[in-house]
Every structure is written in structure tokens, then in C-alpha cells.
Design a protein around this ligand. Structure first.
Ligand code: RBF
Length: 343
């Protein structure tokens, strides 16, 4: 405990010293960004897109520099890591994408009142150092769930007679429990109200063998269409689904080519565009701190990738027609639903 306190005090002192020094080192118009990755980049589409967006912005805007830091999978270390990274005052902005980051930024921000944070994939209001953007993942899950419902009740080769779909998650957290999982089941039940959900948790974001084992058990129990929120561990689910013969829908990115005919639907998340817009606003001093904005299909930040040849080859015409009409309704705001509160 005492050592922890001393560390924090040392960091605080260093923060003041470096803050003055490094700010002077930067040129007038320079803008320095820390992209803080809560995990590792590879295998996690939201992080890959965030980094790509930030790097492309920096490449096309002189004076903007990006440092990417991968914090790894030990969540207990994230506060301390972020504290020591911002202690030098080197960054005009910390950019991250994780629902657990705002609480961490509140803690870190208390010690460094000048530090600003913009976090996507999170909802947090009322702190003048923090701005958040929440993807409407209830909505993405609703349409991916509707597609899963059409597939599980179909006569496609891997579809069985049981009306059962599955979600494999790395860990539980409010956006998962209140938006992603309920949205998936609600969407499926728009296709057939008798559909049931089998939900299982891996326990971390990297154990692909555990994901494969869970998937096997779920297939034995009658699941024939899966969704997963599992980062790199989802590779194990793909292996099981391809090996045993089951379908998958995929959130956020185009992954059809990873398992053509198995991954039958992919959502789209405009995280790269959002990262670039955030940095443009940040450089221009136009971020509205203290507030949160929710972005979904109608705002242009979520959608479905329906033009890919692997999508067209994966599903019979009648399912694609039904699903296409549903997506048109979603885009036009004709599907009524209420996004459940997160807190
Ligand atoms: N998503 C990933 O793709 N990879 C990760 O490593 C990852 N780590 C997470 C850690 C925590 C503590 C939480 C709350 C979420 C994490 N997510 C991760 C989920 C991510 O924020 C997002 O909800 C999903 O990727 C679905 O868009």
C-alpha cells in the first residue's frame, strides 16, 4: 500500500516537471495523441480500426503524432499503466475504445486535471475531461440476431430442427449483458418467437481453445448459429463452427473470407471514420467534453455488409431478401425498439 502511494506521489511530481518541459518541446501547432489499447491490437477489430484511423489521420496532418500503447490483458494494471503514460504531460489527448475506460480515466484524470480523454464504445457523462461515443450495439445485435433467427429456422445444410442460437463472450460487462446479448435474442425472436439463446463465457479475450471447447458443447446442445464477442479467442469458435458445421454472424467488421459459407453475415462499425473525426475535432478544439453521443445505423456508424460475394454465396435468395428488407427498415427507422439503459 505504502509503496503504491509513493509511486503515485512520484508520478505526480514527475508529471508536473515533465508537463512543463514537454509542452514547451512541442511546436505551437503540434498535437500529440496517445492511443491507449486496453488489450492487444491484433485480432480485435475495434482496436485495429481505432489505430488505423488515428495513424491515417496523423499521416495526412502535419504536426499530429500518434503513440500506440498496448496495455495487455491484465485489467488490474490498466490504471497504473495509463497513469505513468500521461504523467509526463506529453499527450494533448488520450484516445481509447473500451466501456471500462471512462472509470479509469476519472481516476487518472484526478491526478492530471489538464489531461483530456476521448473514449469510443463507452457511455459516460458529466466529467469535464472525458468525452464518449457509444455505438448502438443493441441495434447491431438486433439485426444480426434477426439474421441468425432466419438461419436457425431455415432448411440450410447446417441448420438443425432445434430453434437455438448461441453467444460466446470473453467476459461479462454492461454493454454485453444489457445491449449485445438481449439485442441478439430480441432480433432472433422477430424472426421466430420460439427461438432460445445459449450464452456462455470464456473468461478472457485470448483463449481460443476454450472458445472452441465451449462452441463444441453448444453445438452438441443444438446451437446452429453463433455470435461472439471474444476478441482473438473467437478464432476457436470459427474452427469449431467450420469443423462441425455451424453458422456464425460477426459483429463490426468484414470477416467473410475467414470462413466462407460459415460466417454468413457481418456487421460494420465505422470506428475508423469516428477516430479520424474525433482527432479532427480535437485538433480544432471542438470536442464537447462532459458529454456522450450514441451512434448507430441512422447516424452512419453501424451497418451490415450485404454486398460481399461471400455473403451472397452463403445464403439462399429468400433469406437475403427478407433480411435485406429488414435492414432497409432499420436504416429508415421503421423498426421500433428501445435501447435498454446501461446503468
Ligand atoms: N473487445 C475486443 O475485441 N478485444 C478485447 O480485447 C476487448 N477487451 C475488453 C475488455 C473489457 C474490460 C471490456 C469491458 C470490453 C472489451 N472488449 C474487447 C469489448 C469491446 O469493448 C466491444 O464491446 C466489443 O468488441 C463489441 O464491439
Amino acid at each position: 500500500m505504502k509503496r503504491g502511494l509513493l509511486t503515485v506521489m512520484a508520478l505526480l511530481a514527475a508529471g508536473q516537471v515533465f508537463a512543463a518541459g514537454m509542452r514547451e518541446d512541442r511546436g505551437e501547432g503540434d498535437f500529440s495523441v496517445l492511443v491507449y489499447i486496453t488489450g492487444v491490437v491484433a485480432g480485435s477489430p475495434p482496436y485495429e480500426l481505432l489505430v488505423e484511423g488515428a495513424q491515417e489521420f496523423a499521416a495526412s496532418h502535419s504536426g499530429v503524432t500518434i503513440k500506440v500503447y498496448e496495455a495487455g490483458f491484465n485489467q488490474a494494471e490498466w490504471v497504473e499503466q495509463l497513469t505513468s503514460l500521461v504523467a509526463g504531460g506529453a499527450f494533448d489527448l488520450v484516445l481509447g475504445s473500451n466501456p471500462s475506460l471512462p472509470d479509469i480515466c476519472v481516476n487518472v484524470g484526478k491526478k492530471f486535471p489538464g489531461q483530456k480523454f476521448v473514449i469510443t464504445d463507452a457511455e459516460f457523462r458529466g466529467n469535464p475531461q472525458i468525452s464518449t461515443y457509444l455505438y448502438n450495439q443493441y441495434e447491431q445485435s438486433l439485426y444480426l440476431g434477426y439474421l441468425a433467427g432466419l438461419v436457425t429456422t431455415s432448411s440450410m445444410p447446417h441448420a438443425n430442427r432445434t430453434k437455438k442460437i448461441g453467444v460466446i463472450a470473453a467476459q461479462e460487462y454492461p454493454i454485453l449483458n444489457k445491449h449485445i446479448v438481449p439485442g441478439f435474442l430480441d432480433g432472433a425472436r422477430l424472426a421466430d418467437p420460439a427461438i432460445e439463446l445459449d450464452f456462455r463465457v470464456i473468461g478472457n479475450w485470448f483463449d481460443a481453445s476454450k472458445a472452441a471447447e465451449l462452441a463444441g458443447g453448444m453445438i452438441d446442445a443444438g446451437v446452429d448459429v453463433f455470435a461472439s464477442i471474444a476478441g482473438g479467442a473467437a478464432q476457436g469458435l470459427i474452427r469449431s463452427a467450420a469443423g462441425r458445421g455451424a453458422y456464425m454472424v460477426w459483429d463490426n467488421t468484414n470477416e467473410y473470407r475467414q470462413a466462407p459459407g460459415i460466417i454468413v453475415g457481418c456487421g460494420f462499425m465505422a470506428q475508423k471514420k469516428l477516430a479520424e473525426e474525433i482527432l479532427a475535432d480535437a485538433v480544432a478544439g471542438k470536442i464537447s467534453y462532459g458529454s456522450s453521443r450514441t451512434v448507430g445505423v441512422r447516424e452512419g456508424y453501424l451497418d451490415f455488409i450485404g454486398g460481399d460475394p461471400d455473403y451472397i454465396a452463403s445464403l439462399p435468395q429468400d433469406i437475403r431478401d427478407k433480411f435485406g428488407a429488414f435492414m432497409d427498415d432499420i436504416r429508415a427507422g421503421r423498426v421500433g425498439y428501445t435501447v435498454p439503459p446501461l446503468r
